[in-house]
Design a binder for this molecule. Sequence first.
Ligand code: EPU
Length: 434
Amino acid sequence: MDKFVIRGGNPLVGTIRVSGAKNAALPAMAAAILTDEPVILENIPDVRDIETERKLLVSMGAEVELGYGRAHHRTTISCRSLINPEAAYEVVKTMRASTLVLGPLVARMKRARVSMPGGCAIGARPIDLHIKGLEKLGVTITQEHGYIEASAERLRGGHIIFDKITVTGTEDLMMAATLAEGETVMENCAREPEVSDLAGLLNKMGACITGAGTAKIRIQGVSTLHGARHRIIPDRIEAGTFVIAAALTGGDLIVSNCEPTHLGALLEKLQKCGVKIASNGESVRVVAPASLRAADISTEEYPGFPTDMQAQYMALATQAEGSSVITENIFENRFMHAQELARMGANIRVEGSRALVRGKTPLSGAAVQCSDLRASASLVIAALVAEGETILDRVYHIDRGYERIEEKLRGVGAQIRRIGEILPKKAAAPVGVA
Ligand code: EPU
């Protein structure tokens, strides 16, 4: 199992490039199920979840070419001859976003069999809203032996009001409704940029969707969709992670190839903390202040402060002067990083959905463990300001959603290297040169 060895103390300086958004690429790949023509997706991030989705599509009979290079990160997916409309437990347990194939499969193949995801490190994460929505579109659903079995001769348009805002739920049902007979109206939808990106792709494929990016989406069903070429939006969470890392390390960093308008709530909050931010069309320059000021955050659905940035913000709060209250409203168990940050010297008290961070406390290197993707990112950036060496275990969590983060950070001055196993201290290569 890979580990990161990180030595803190270097400010991040230079330019760091953002990859394509994992959470936009995953539904886009699932959308390819809706047509028998090839779908070409560009700006696909080279992360483990994409490989997992590739395997899932291949197991169904899809042909998936996936290529990464200097100029292109591209996949071509052809679902001409799907034979097995199933997402098995082995895949779904490693990547919950696998449930995104449910809607497209039943819309195109008339049936689907998808494993129930079960809970995970950040919360219970049920998919009842996907199921209720599909039933509204005329799908018959049964649940047996941990699997959801869905079937419908032809989906019919319906009126769906989400009880709670759900990102992949909105995406799953939007995909299903494209091939339904008649109009579907969905209310209380997620307004995340990833939803709008998916709608953009589906419309290129011949769908008729309006309102994506607002709470009310209308979909006029069509009988078939065709192939398309689409460029995935930049990853706003990866961008935000680099922005925080620069602010925390006393850096001066340009985060390039991003979409600053997708980072609004985060950038506004960081300015309250004293961070200087300048953005243009596709990059953000971050200049850290001499001293960071504390500010409270409360996670919300887009355009509010993203839950996927909460852990990284907590790392920053440990180095801000004063107390910060961090309230997590989206997931019930998303503070696993707090105890690891405390091992590095942070003063954090967690009570239910709130964490009180008292800063500024010096951090020092420690052996810490990743528990989920964003928690891991927070530990990496905390280690960048900690005195001494941090050894971060279970970095496979970070590899799920960050493309070669250690290479990118090393390129702007961080001392971080990946090791396959811990070597005896004397034999270890100097940090930063591996
Ligand atoms: N929920 C339900 N029932 C449902 C669906 C959701 O109760 O049927 C609840 C969830 O338990 C949660 C809330 O609704 O409390 C919001 O969950 P949502 O469905 O929006 O989350 P998701 O679609 O499973 C996506 C991202 C997550 C991100 C959340 C929130 C993808 C592939 N995943 O998950 O990303 O945290 O939205 O913004 O898009 C990550 O990248 O690290 C990550 C976890």
